[in-house]
Design a protein around this ligand. Structure first.
Ligand SMILES: Nc1ncnc2c1ncn2[C@@H]1O[C@H](COP(=O)(O)OP(=O)(O)OP(=O)(O)O)[C@@H](O)[C@H]1O
Ligand SMILES: [Mg+2]
Length: 283
């Protein structure tokens, strides 16, 4: 057994808008951490199921007898959280050559999570549902990464309450960077409501991804990254360059560190993992 971290780190990747690089960050950082020798759980909270797909599982709700997060939400009798967790895969489930990724698990989502907001609304202590749901397995992992849907609804509020740390994901445009204040306000509101119970989340990083590398497209973007650094200082994590290896890795259903370990963009994510304070446990 490799050594483990003294306490489980729970990190939510969030943004109020879609297409900000949350799922890419969750899956890639998860794969790097597993490669570092940590035991990692990715929780896909999005009905789009992008992280699950990237880790080998196309339509979890179609898998015979396989419970998902949705079953936990509606309280299907006999289904516990461990029934919804499977090993992450390098490659599509059932395809030739597909192998589990050592140290990386995924809690499966479902397209039925579309109705999660309404289902949560009717629950008692509705903001604490995910915190309570994850509690039985938290000690099994060094790190739990929460991939949020692209809004600031009740599912995301649940993720922010469950997480100790929050990484805000944005693409390098003015509009997106301005929207960071809304994430900060939401975190602040949650801290005020839940802080005394020790459940206050902290914004630990701003991840700017899909940064163009060509000069013509880059001029405006470079400026917005600089503005973010001026406003947020060290909170701005190392940036992630734009690369075709990202969509390529999605198509192959392999996370970047498995798909192309030496690509620049894979290395960018390695720098982010280190900036978040993780060190390699495994040589
Ligand atoms: N560094 C990058 N280089 C090239 N393409 C990227 C990069 N990062 C993300 N993308 C692309 O941007 C799109 C959105 O990324 P991703 O799915 O990670 O965002 P998201 O925030 O999870 O979106 P959603 O809100 O829809 O869940 C994807 O098509 C992905 O392939
Ligand atoms: Mg996503």
């Amino acid at each position: 057994m490799p050594p483990s971290l003294p306490e489980t780190r729970i990190i939510a990747f969030t943004n109020q808008a879609g297409g900000a690089g949350k799922s890419t960050a969750t899956v890639t950082i998860g794969a790097w951490l597993a490669e570092f020798g940590l035991k990692v759980l990715v929780v896909d909270l999005d009905a789009q199921s992008d992280s699950a797909q990237a880790l080998g599982y196309d339509e979890p709700e179609q898998m015979d007898g396989q419970p998902t997060l949705y079953n936990l939400l509606i309280g299907t009798p006999g289904v516990g959280i461990r029934d919804t967790i499977v090993p992450a895969l390098a490659g599509a489930l059932g395809a030739e050559g597909t192998k589990p990724i050592e140290g990386l698990d995924i809690l499966l989502p479902s397209a039925e999570l579309e109705s999660a907001e309404q289902l949560l609304t009717g629950q008692l202590a509705r903001e604490l549902w995910l915190t309570k749901t994850l509690a039985p397995v938290a000690d099994d992992y060094d790190v739990i990464l929460l991939d949020c849907p692209g809004n600031l609804g009740l599912v995301v509020v649940n993720a922010l309450v469950a997480a100790k740390e929050v990484v805000a994901c944005v693409k390098p445009t003015w509009k997106e960077l301005r929207a960071l204040t809304r994430i900060e306000q939401t975190i602040e509101r949650i801290s005020q409501s839940f802080g005394p119970n020790g459940a206050a989340p902290e914004l630990v990083g701003i991840l700017i991804a899909d940064v163009p590398t060509t000069r013509s497209a880059g001029a405006v973007y470079d400026d917005s990254v600089k503005q973010a650094r001026d406003a947020y200082g060290d909170l701005v994590l190392p940036t992630i360059r734009r690369s075709t290896r990202v969509p390529d890795s999605y198509a192959a259903q392999k996370p970047l560190p498995v798909f192309d370990r030496v690509a620049e963009v894979t290395d960018d994510f390695n720098a982010v993992v280190k900036a978040l304070g993780f060190a390699r446990l495994k040589k």
